[in-house]
Design a protein around this ligand. Structure first.
Ligand code: NAD
Ligand code: UDP
Length: 319
């Protein structure tokens, strides 16, 4: 049986990855320190014989007994309010955590895929963003703790590939959504749906003309799985190119939730990227992958998920 280690396993993407690898017949070791994740996301796997959970902080030495074929390093705070609240941990998990996992991959002779991000492009001056764009990141801005940790992560991963001949893969993940996002994690989709469900006004930051492109989680997981199994070493964008302004998106949420909430405008956070849209030509070419789930369909499933949560969950605000 192939053995895979997934860090950040109790988080949004990590928990869906655990499900996918279990479905593919792998022995899955999930690792997480639960700093932004929730054990509930993976509790359904605890009874399985081919699943194990390690409660561990990957910035500390990582030890896993037995062989490992694959490692997916997804541990990291991922929402702006999380990484602004825990900036040092964010830098550490991207830098020290990645170093530990590359060391483990080398020891076990395992292939490792790291979760990079569209944030390596910063506030991009090129649109849409293709992998050969170097990005526009402020090293000292508040978001720099995340963006630069991820840029370092890519650099050290390529160094391990070139210097040690390690088998590495780099996924540049664009905004992804779906069930198991934390309702209070501050990202725009849980924020807007939470506000609509609580009967509050929807808070659009800035004038809402900034754009994002949202990928449904099942598409994202399929792209990551294909990348891991491919022989492609350079970074690959994985996201949905369907772009929308945040203001239009807020209106879409009001229609979806059939509420009559008002939209209110709040200041735009520092360094909030104005435009984001993946160029996925590379993923189409090397992975034969493109997203399949339309936003309307994915948002309906996501809304049903949030509606099904316990009322106490709904009342927890992001701050
Ligand atoms: P998430 O917060 O739901 O999951 C991250 C998980 O990592 C959490 O369970 C958290 O407890 C765990 N974690 C954090 N620091 C840790 C540490 N030091 N040791 C062990 N576990 C630790 O976030 P997510 O949306 O699932 O994101 C997962 C990964 O994908 C992150 O690396 C993120 O940067 C990347 N990513 C996500 C998106 C997205 O849209 N969801 C976009 C780009 C990149
Ligand atoms: N946003 C917003 N209102 C909110 C939360 C977010 O207008 O309540 C905006 C945010 O300023 C950004 C976009 O929505 O322009 C996406 O934010 P998110 O935190 O989801 O992810 P980002 O892509 O910025 O990391």
């Amino acid at each position: 049986m192939k053995r895979v280690l997934i860090t950040g396993a109790a988080g949004f993407l990590g928990s869906h990855l655990c499900d996918r690898f279990i479905k593919e017949g792998f022995y899955v070791i999930g690792m997480d320190n639960l700093i932004t994740g929730d054990q509930k996301n993976i509790e359904h796997l605890f009874k399985l014989e081919n699943f194990e959970f390690y409660h561990h902080d990957v910035t500390k030495f990582v030890h896993v007994p037995g062989k490992l074929d694959y490692i997916l390093h997804f541990a990291s705070p991922a929402s702006p309010i999380d990484y602004l609240k825990i900036p040092i941990q964010t830098l550490k998990v991207g830098a020290l955590g990645t170093h530990n996992l590359l060391g483990l991959a080398k020891e076990k002779n395992a292939r490792i895929l790291i979760a990079s991000t569209s944030e390596v492009y910063g506030d991009p001056l090129v649109h849409p963003q293709s992998e050969d764009y170097y990005g526009n990141v402020s090293t000292i801005g508040p978001r720099g703790v995340y963006d630069e940790a991820k840029r370092f992560m890519e650099s050290i991963t390529m160094a391990y590939h070139r210097f040690h001949g390690l088998e590495t893969r780099i996924a540049r993940i664009f905004n992804t959504y779906g069930p198991r996002m934390r309702l209070n994690d501050g990202r725009v989709i849980p924020a807007f749906i939470g506000q609509a469900l609580r009967g509050e006004d929807l808070t659009v930051f800035g004038d809402g003309s900034q754009t994002r492109s949202f990928c449904y989680v099942d598409d994202q997981i399929e792209g990551i799985f294909r990348l891991l199994m491919s022989d492609y070493v350079e970074p690959v964008n994985i996201g949905n190119p369907e772009e929308i302004t945040i203001l239009d998106f807020a209106e879409e949420i009001i229609r979806l939730t059939q509420t009559d909430q008002k939209i209110v405008f709040k200041p735009l956070p520092v360094d909030d990227p104005m435009q984001r849209q993946p160029d996925i030509s590379r993923a189409i070419e090397v992975l034969n992958w493109s997203p399949k789930v339309e936003r309307a369909e994915g948002m309906k499933i996501t809304y049903e998920y949030f509606k099904s949560l316990d009322k106490s969950e709904l009342l927890k605000k992001e701050h």
